[in-house]
Ligand binder design. Structure first.
Ligand SMILES: [Zn+2]
Ligand SMILES: [Zn+2]
Length: 301
């Protein structure tokens, strides 16, 4: 029953486990399938404005935590944050059910290094579904290679989050159920309930968030324009940038990944960048790395 233990404790997965094994690890992906099936709960719990607002707010907060921190901070170190701030946003990121921050950053750094080669875990050159979600479910994808993230692995609190990556999502799900039950009792006019907030706030919001995030792997390497002649297939795509709070400027990002900003011009809407500017103004983060002038001069016309 090692696979069952691995649902709850990722340290049960050896680091080199399943290297090169790109078959779907069915026992391990049962929770992922369950997450999707949970959305069918809408047929029973109904809908209310409260449930939709909760789902939307959780989408916004968690998308920001993924793009600003899992991606631009942990994976690319594009700004600086104190240890408590780093941990709070790691917690919020972990609630998105995209595994722990070390796992995410290790796989993402690997993607940049080998983008659109056979070694890339999620290049659409090898199939749309594999790049969108198949890769996430393979045996080789479950382990975290700490050698790729030595700068993050030295924080025990981050390693803990990575090891028990289901704890935060389970706590979120339980809290939503509890909140819904309280509102049903004390604010019945809102017409919500524990099961309704659980289904909308957790299952629906998380599944939409997941599929929106991974469009950057699948669609942003296929559809859009190319400003920079990178060796990979990355594209700039406004619609994906809106959906993912700025990550759709993916060709910009593959050309120069060390900037906190991915929309390189004012008309390239990058909500994560605006959020980061705000956090910097509030003094929560600092040293946002800019887009250097030489990058803008390199534009192919
Ligand atoms: Zn990146
Ligand atoms: Zn990419």
């Amino acid at each position: 029953m090692r696979w069952l233990r691995q649902w709850f404790d990722t340290s049960a997965i050896p680091t080199q486990d399943g290297q090169g094994d790109r078959r779907i690890d069915w026992p391990r992906v049962i929770p992922f399938i369950g997450l999707h099936l949970g959305c069918l709960g809408v047929l029973w719990v109904g809908i209310s404005p409260t449930a939709v607002v909760v789902a939307a707010v959780l989408y916004v907060v968690r998308m920001f935590a993924i793009t600003a921190f899992y991606h631009r901070y942990f994976s690319h170190r594009t700004f600086r944050a104190s240890r408590p701030v780093q941990f709070v946003f790691a917690l919020l990121g972990a609630s998105a059910v995209q595994r722990g921050p070390l796992w995410w950053a290790a796989h993402h750094r690997h993607h940049h290094r080998y983008a659109d080669t056979e070694q890339d875990p999620h290049s659409p050159r090898y199939g749309f579904w594999r790049s969108h979600m198949g890769w996430f479910l393979t045996k080789e994808a479950f382990a975290t290679d700490f050698n790729r993230v030595p700068d993050l692995a030295r924080f025990p609190e981050l390693r803990w989050l990575d090891r028990f990556d289901v704890v935060v999502p389970l706590a979120l799900a339980a809290s939503l159920y509890g909140l819904g039950a309280l509102l049903a009792r004390f604010a019945p006019a809102l017409n919500t309930s524990g099961p309704q907030l659980l289904v909308w706030g957790f299952f629906v919001s998380t599944v939409v968030l997941f599929h929106a995030t991974v469009t950057i792997n699948s669609l942003a390497h296929r559809f859009g324009s190319r400003r920079f002649a990178t060796t990979d297939d990355s594209r700039n795509n406004l619609w994906l940038a809106l959906l993912t709070f700025g990550e759709g400027w993916h060709n910009n990002h593959h050309f120069y990944a060390s900037s906190a900003r991915q929309g390189f011009y004012w008309w390239e809407i990058d909500l994560t960048w605006y959020g980061l500017k705000l956090l910097a103004l509030l003094g929560l983060i600092r040293d946002l790395k800019p887009v250097p002038a030489w990058v803008l001069e390199r534009v192919e016309r």
